[in-house]
Ligand binder design. Sequence first.
Ligand SMILES: [Zn+2]
Length: 73
Amino acid sequence: MLEGLFVNLIPQELLAVLACPKCKGDLVLEEKLSGLICQKCALLYEIRDGIPIMLVEEAKPLQEAPSAEEKDE
Ligand SMILES: [Zn+2]
């Protein structure tokens, strides 16, 4: 029931608490990609069902052109 709400209304104080699990750096909310980006690591931490997936192994690399569409291989 809170689906989607988190992405749109992620509180600044929560953003301040969230940090990249890899470098402990700041994350930037990227609503278009429904995730949080660490620019230092060039990783996207997806937000699924309103919950940020703060796992390095689940993060998506950003080196390729950002695309909302995912290709599963
Ligand atoms: Zn990082």
